[in-house]
Ligand binder design. Sequence first.
Ligand SMILES: [Zn+2]
Ligand SMILES: [Zn+2]
Length: 249
Amino acid sequence: MDDFTFDTDIAAKAAEKGLCDHCLGRLFGKSGKGMTNDARGRIIRDSLALGAPEGCSLCDDVFDLLDRFAESVAESVNSVESDNFLVGCRVDPAITEAEKALWKELGIEGESIKTELNREIGKIALPMINRPVEFKNPQVVACIDTRFADVELDMAPLFIYGRYNKLSREIPQTIWPCRACKGKGCARCNETGKMYQTSVQEIIGDIALRMADGKEHFFHGMGREDIDASCWGTGGPSSLRSASRRKGT
Ligand SMILES: [Zn+2]
Ligand SMILES: [Zn+2]
């Protein structure tokens, strides 16, 4: 805590703008470890013998709503299954622009309001979610729009590995769009948009989609992908390749 330092002149100029403790402290957020921005702000205000303003001229007192944001995030993340999560946020562009203008005016670069919001919302949400925060490859990102407290979930794709036997030579591996209409639907394809009624991708993928409540599926075959290849034996990727047979062989 005692390694927190700030330029008194710049701090006094900033405080004149009528900033809340969070926004004042965040301007010097790169100094001092293990402390929150509002704690930095209070230290600055105390040392300048200044009181807190009525409302914050920069953030519109968005930090008063941290608990509500965290509850919305927790509710959304808890509605899906994942091993981890991360909080992101969308802030009124007028606020982020005003913040950049303030940095420019004061000749400093503080921590961004987004970074502080993400961290503070995440801290409150964490015990309600009971899953670890993952910064690098999160399975779910809960992005909260701080103007409306709406949460949008960005889900990482679910990978399913499996083996299958294909005993029919009339079913392709993947969806095969109609050559004539390119999938739009025409007389030639009976308005299905497809060359074949179904595929291994659809037979397996449609079930997986229902189970995962997903939007679309992709299929990566690991052997020959021709329609006339049938897969026998264990269906494993290596045996799939060697067991695939061409018609007439
Ligand atoms: Zn503020
Ligand atoms: Zn067609």
